[in-house]
Design a binder for this molecule. Structure first.
Ligand SMILES: Cc1cc2nc3c(=O)[nH]c(=O)nc-3n(C[C@H](O)[C@H](O)[C@H](O)COP(=O)(O)O)c2cc1C
Length: 407
């Protein structure tokens, strides 16, 4: 993979933390690529990392001294870790070892890299690299989930032949892939001053106080869109159904449970917003009555009477001051036809459709692919990480939003 040169190189401060794995040698190429894109790079290394590659290599490539010690007497106020954390626009831990991942997931701070992770307020990326058995170990996967909940963005690992002679998932993503991702997801100002409202996650339609009808939506796509819009400079409000995700920091998050609550939360804000993205999986039907007390087995409830819920997307698109309205469609068949019918039927500005019920992508997956339709146009975003996909979709929405506003 080659790195596509961006028209305007992004002058950003990249703090690159290197841990002790064979893939540490690949980070030398990463430093070179980042500098070529106009980034200033400072390197920190764990003690183990120094056993794999000499700090001198990174000093020469980055043009800056390499930091390895938490207790750095050279720094005038002995606060080197805080100064480095403040300096960084982005912290990239590549390769991220199982050990450092575990330490970060549990808030340990006993060396420079783990302390920097705690002190950093900028976006943090990790590119894990390890033997496939280490990667697949339940504890490692739990640590990854824990970090994802803390807004850590993962790049890779990829599958393939490993240095240990095994084959499987655990190879560090290629430097070009890491570099491309960092540049694509750089903070920009394309949505500066724009208000974006996003709805995400499932809804719960109560049968009685303990039972409800819901769906498999995890909210990951909506949350990724909220992060991407925020990074693009937008003022973001996120209306979220019940999900197991950490809300992105600095956003206005409104928690709801039912389709009716989501309707009220969205409609009351929609005419004051510039862009609305309906990424939530809102129930189409809700029980006509919610029983006040738990229905007992002996009551033999065998028929549930339902009523249709109100259509949030269609009603937003019909508001007098309707925002630029983007819908989502999850389909198991005839994706393009259903999506286009929804686009015109609900008078949306854009619709993002994805397949569900397939092996890859869709509900609860970290990956997805989207087919995007708008009046007289369409685009395909191939299967990739939902964060990356969100970034691409926000770019597309911004282009169409600007075009519509120019007309
Ligand atoms: C030759 C060799 C290769 C290693 N490669 C990896 C690796 O790719 N990923 C990993 O998580 N640990 C690897 N380890 C184990 C780590 O070096 C070890 O867990 C160390 O404590 C990591 O420290 P750090 O996280 O502070 O860098 C390797 C160890 C050796 C001896």
């Amino acid at each position: 993979m080659t790195v596509t040169n961006l028209e305007t190189p992004i002058k950003k401060h990249v703090l690159l933390a290197i841990c002790g794995g064979i893939a540490a040698y690949k980070s030398a190429e990463l430093v070179r690529l980042l500098r070529k894109q106009g980034c200033e790079v400072r390197v920190v290394m764990t003690h183990s990392a120094r056993e794999f590659v000499s700090p001198l290599t990174f000093q020469a490539l980055s043009g800056n001294p390499v930091h390895t010690e938490l207790l750095d007497v050279e720094e005038e106020n002995a606060m080197g870790h805080i100064n480095l954390a403040r300096w960084a626009d982005v912290l990239v831990i590549a390769p991220a070892t199982a050990n450092t991942i575990a330490k970060c997931a549990h808030g340990l701070a006993d060396d420079l890299v783990s302390t920097l992770f705690l002190a950093a307020t900028c976006p943090v990326y990790m590119a894990p690299a390890m033997n496939q058995a280490m990667w697949n170990k339940t504890i490692t996967q739990e640590n990854i989930r824990q970090l994802e909940g803390c807004e850590v963005l993962f790049i890779g690992p990829n599958a393939g032949d490993q240095a240990c002679g095994e084959t499987g998932k655990g190879r560090m993503a290629e430097p070009a892939e890491i570099c491309q991702r960092l540049l694509l997801e750089s903070k920009s100002d394309i949505l500066q001053g724009v208000k974006v409202l996003i709805s995400a996650g499932p809804t719960r339609e109560y049968i009685d106080p303990v039972r409800y009808i819901t769906n498999r939506s995890s909210g990951k796509m909506g949350f990724a869109l909220a992060r991407a819009a925020s990074r693009a400079g937008a003022q973001v409000s996120l209306v979220s159904g019940p999900v197991n995700l950490q809300p992105p920091p600095h956003l206005d998050v409104i928690h709801v449970e039912t389709a009716a609550q989501m309707y009220d939360a969205v409609i009351s804000r929609a005419s004051k917003t510039d862009i609305y993205i309906g990424a939530a999986a809102v129930a189409d039907y809700s029980p006509r009555v919610m029983e006040k007390e738990k229905v007992k087995k002996k009551d033999s409830l065998t028929t549930l009477l339902l009523h249709k819920t109100k259509d949030i997307l269609a009603d937003v698109a019909q508001l007098k001051n309707a925002p630029f309205t983007v819908g989502f469609a999850a389909e198991t068949n005839d994706l393009a036809a259903y999506a286009q019918a929804k686009l015109s039927g609900k008078k949306l500005d854009m619709i993002a459709a994805n397949w569900v019920g397939r092996e890859q992508g869709g509900f609860d997956s970290n990956q997805n692919a989207l087919e995007i339709f708008w009046k007289n146009g369409k685009a395909s975003l191939p299967m990739t990480d939902k964060n990356q996909l969100a970034e691409q979709l926000i770019n597309l929405i911004t282009t169409r939003f600007n075009e519509k506003n120019r007309i």
